[in-house]
Design a protein. Structure first.
Length: 133
């Protein structure tokens, strides 16, 4: 499980789907990524702003938002992650301020119920799974 999500992190980073905010480094964001998927605990980074503390985002999802939702749904379909809190996880960690339900509707309503370039998600997961065998 740990190795799978570590390789998934590398795969989305290599594809340019996530951007790491400075001053953070890959190792910081890797730890955050692993925590999001329950592979480890990760420390929260807080910043004081206007007398309030806000969570500091370590990364930004730069790939297609629809593909991110499809990736998480596919991980759930493959029983790699549970469906518990899937939308909340996406909204709190990757797509702050986005409506995951609306993004999902955008591809579930099309003929094949898959987003454009969905095969890249399947190929990526298959490649990772094959490397673990």
């Amino acid at each position: 499980y740990y190795k799978f999500f570590s390789l998934l992190f590398k795969a989305v980073l290599d594809r340019g789907w996530i951007t790491i905010y400075k001053p953070f480094e890959i190792k910081d964001v890797h730890g955050y990524w692993m925590g999001v998927f329950g592979c480890s605990t990760f420390p929260l980074t807080l910043m004081k702003k206007d007398e309030k503390f806000e969570l500091v985002r370590l990364l930004e999802w730069k790939g297609s938002k629809v593909l991110l939702v499809y990736l998480i749904d596919t991980l759930m379909d493959y029983k790699i992650i549970s469906s518990r809190r899937r939308d909340i996880t996406i909204e709190e960690n990757f797509l702050i301020g986005s409506s995951v339900a609306n993004l999902r509707k955008s591809f579930e309503g099309n003929k094949f119920q898959r987003p454009k370039h969905f095969q890249e998600i399947h190929d990526m997961i298959e490649e990772i799974q094959n490397s673990l065998d």
